[in-house]
Ligand binder design. Structure first.
Ligand SMILES: [Zn+2]
Length: 233
């Protein structure tokens, strides 16, 4: 039987395209979804399951959901409360979730170790600005985790040399309308106004692809002037 690669899968564009890419390469794929009960995760998980159904095949293992509640740790952070969610015009740093990658990797790495899965794939792209997404970080963290469990699970990042446009091109044949990337969904729809929705629109636009997403609202118009009489909002 072929070896299995686990994929840290959120149902977003990057991890969905990664998962389908590995299936295309004839790998046996085990999707792992980590449910931290964050504001958007109910809608996100439903979409994740729809995407998996759409790409199902003999090499795709059933979704495993790992629970990692973070409300006690993140407390009144916007990711828990849904208040003050970073908008389209805020810097990418604003969407950083403290310790996100270490938190995700600890639990999924140990799951892999306990289930005899030797590779854990992450959908991290080139130019990720965060300190816990650098090559050095992953190398050091992999070594620390291996020491902790007295075994080896390789952290692989098959998209780490690709920018967003290259990743989108890998996914042109996929049902990308079933992927999900919104911080503030309502009724299961992308809000159209948050930082992630803006990033999603830009990913389709800059790749020359039609955006199949149903957004609840159009992007906010850009205010041209602070003078309220001239402000178009
Ligand atoms: Zn949104």
């Amino acid at each position: 039987m072929k070896p299995t690669v686990a994929v840290l899968f959120s149902g977003g564009l990057d991890s969905s395209i990664l998962l389908a890419h590995l299936l295309r390469q004839q790998q046996r794929v085990q999707p792992l979804y980590v449910d931290s009960q964050l504001h958007w995760q109910g809608a996100e998980r439903r979409q994740a399951e729809l995407f998996l159904r759409a790409v199902q095949g003999p090499d795709l293992e059933p979704l495993v959901v790992l629970s990692l509640p973070l409300a006690d740790l993140y407390a009144d952070h916007w990711s828990v409360t849904g208040r003050g969610i970073p908008g389209a015009d805020e810097a990418d740093e604003e969407v950083y979730l403290p310790g996100r990658n270490p938190l995700l990797i600890v639990k999924t790495h140990i799951w892999c170790r306990l289930h005899g899965v030797a590779q854990l794939a992450l959908g991290s792209l080139k130019n990720n600005p965060f300190a816990d997404a650098t090559g050095d970080f992953f190398q050091a963290f992999e070594a620390a985790m291996d020491r902790a469990v007295s075994g080896h699970v390789q952290l692989v990042r098959p998209l780490s040399q690709y920018d967003k446009q290259q990743v989108m091109r890998l996914g042109t044949h996929l049902p990308l309308e079933l992927t999900f990337s919104c911080l503030n969904p309502s009724d299961g729809l992308h809000c159209g106004r948050c930082n992630k929705c803006a990033e999603r629109r830009e990913a389709f636009r800059s790749s020359g692809l039609t955006d199949p997403t149903s957004y609840r609202a159009a992007p906010r118009p850009i205010a041209l002037s602070k003078d309220p009489a001239r402000c178009i909002e």
